[in-house]
Design a protein around this ligand. Structure first.
Ligand code: FAD
Length: 471
């Protein structure tokens, strides 16, 4: 075995529970970690995540320094980089990322390294189960969540991994590629990301702090509070999980240690199950990354309407709960789960705009964007995915607002134009009489838009469109 090792870091920016890093650390005298930033995967696609990754690299570098492991940022393209590697006396390690393109990349890189006679090894990535291990009795993949999870959870519990050992401090630090790229170099050109700094602290340490706070204060009521966007009811750990500050095994272990077992914990672990299900779906049915899983939706008469699409993106649809969600995402890089469903449904059903437009926009704006969850959930909302909400079930944005944001606290936070509206009208402000609109200095159509579509008409048009694909 060579005495030097490279650990290729992707979505695993952490020192604990990082199998590839630990293996290199325990078996080699000198270890260098590299992060390859491939612009092709980010520019105009994952702009928000550039900020998170840039910050992660800064803190991860500091964490690795404590073990005399260098973190080198390489701005290149993966195949090119590994093809050009000159070092011979070296071993290379990485953790898997469960996206078809990344698994394909693993194969390409393995081939290159085989040809160069360079030793390499890769490890299980950030999932509970490898997706290939979860199959129905007849060997085919699951398309419905409940049986999938009923089958997958016991398999995981049967071989739940032990906590990994900690890293040891190496004698000497090495600088293999003398890269002069710095985390700042990958930040988006447009500085809108600056606002994210008010909402997030990005480091592995912070992910643990947030996890412990959630387990201590919020998980017991998670089952009920998670649905109300004005409450801090969910974990908000998704960006840490997505970028690998947190390993899902670590979360599971911590949840198992909570003394009072109750429905909140079950519900929370169930959500991690949905994440597993999404990963299983996109790998078993990779065609869904490009189009509808349910082929009958290929005939769906989507509407191309740039004006409505832009109104949706900017949070100017005239439906307060939709607009609040879109603005929350633009301001913070994150959106509440229920509201993701509401804004998603509004785009594909009220506006009848192709779900791929929404998926693309979320991909660019979410700090937790994850190909598996995003594509699977958009198709779930649109009705064309696995175990999806039926297309004919159309969320009414007024009733959703009244049910989950009764007093309008969430709307008032993100749509401050409506802060003086009485709760009764907060989700249908156009119904407030003109004289009262004047008295609170917020005129609908002037200070806040009129609804861009009328709910009842939009609903009918959506149902007609749905009938047309059934013929
Ligand atoms: C249209 C749409 C797009 C979405 N896009 C993404 C995305 O790109 N990335 C992403 O991580 N989640 C996505 N989700 C799922 C969900 O909204 C987020 O995971 C959740 O809001 C993150 O907040 P949290 O960490 O507080 O979640 P919690 O409620 O605390 O859940 C715990 C964890 O479970 C996972 N999870 C929760 N809900 C889901 C779900 N429905 N499907 C799969 N995994 C889930 C996440 O990793 C999350 O961090 C999307 C949902 C919808 C409706």
């Amino acid at each position: 075995m060579a005495n030097k090792a490279i650990v290729w870091i992707r979505d695993d920016l952490r020192v604990s529970d990082n199998s590839a890093l630990l293996y290199a650390n325990l078996n080699h005298d000198k270890v260098s970690a590299i992060y390859i930033f491939n612009k092709e995967n980010f520019d105009n696609k994952r702009e928000a995540q550039k900020w998170w990754i840039s910050k992660s690299l800064e803190s991860f570098k500091e964490d690795l320094d404590k073990f005399n492991i260098n973190l080198e940022l390489i701005i290149s393209e993966e195949v090119k980089f590994f093809s050009e590697i000159k070092h011979k006396d070296i071993s290379i390690y990485w953790n898997k990322v469960y996206e078809p393109m990344q698994l394909d990349l693993d194969k390409k890189i393995s081939k290159i390294l085989n040809n160069k006679n360079i030793e390499y090894k890769f490890f299980k990535g950030n999932v509970l189960n490898e997706f290939q291990t979860i199959k129905k009795k007849d060997g085919t993949p699951f398309k419905v969540f409940s049986p999938f999870w009923r089958h997958a959870e016991p398999i995981y519990l049967d071989r739940i991994p032990k906590k990994e050992k900690g890293l040891i401090k190496l004698q000497e630090k090495i600088d293999l590629f003398k890269s002069d790229s710095r985390p700042n170099n990958i930040l988006p050109v447009k500085k809108w990301y600056k606002k994210f700094e008010n909402y997030w602290r990005v480091s592995e340490r912070e992910s643990q702090i947030q996890l412990q706070k959630f387990l201590k204060d919020r998980i017991l009521n998670y089952g009920t509070n998670r649905d109300f966007p004005s409450l801090n009811g969910s974990s908000k750990l998704s960006p840490y999980i997505r970028n690998g500050q947190l390993n899902v095994n670590n979360i599971w272990r911590n949840c198992s240690n909570v003394k009072t077992k109750n429905i909140g914990i079950r519900k929370y672990l169930n959500e991690l199950g949905w994440r597993e299900f999404s990963h299983s779906l996109i790998n078993n049915f990779p065609e869904m990354l490009k189009g509808n899983l349910r082929k009958e939706f290929d005939k769906f008469p989507w509407v191309k309407n740039k004006k409505n699409l832009n109104a949706w993106k900017k949070g100017l649809t005239g439906y307060p709960i939709v607009d609040a969600g879109m603005r929350q995402m633009y301001e913070t890089g994150w959106m509440h789960n229920r509201i993701r469903m509401v804004v998603g449904s509004f785009l594909v059903k009220h506006l009848r705009i192709d779900w791929k437009e929404g998926e693309k926009h979320f991909r660019n704006c979410l700090l937790d964007f994850n190909e598996a969850n995003n594509v699977a959930q958009w198709q779930w909302v649109a009705g064309c995915g696995a175990d999806a909400a039926p297309y004919f079930r159309i969320f009414n944005p007024i009733l959703q607002g009244e049910k989950f944001d009764k007093n309008g606290d969430y709307v008032k936070k993100w749509v401050p134009e409506l802060k003086n509206y009485p709760a009764r009208f907060i989700h249908k402000p156009w119904e407030l009489e003109d004289k009262f609109q004047k008295s609170i200095n917020t005129i609908i159509g002037k200070d806040y838009p009129k609804p861009i579509v009328i709910h009842e008409n939009a609903r009918k048009d959506a149902l007609d469109a749905f009938q047309s694909i059934k013929k």
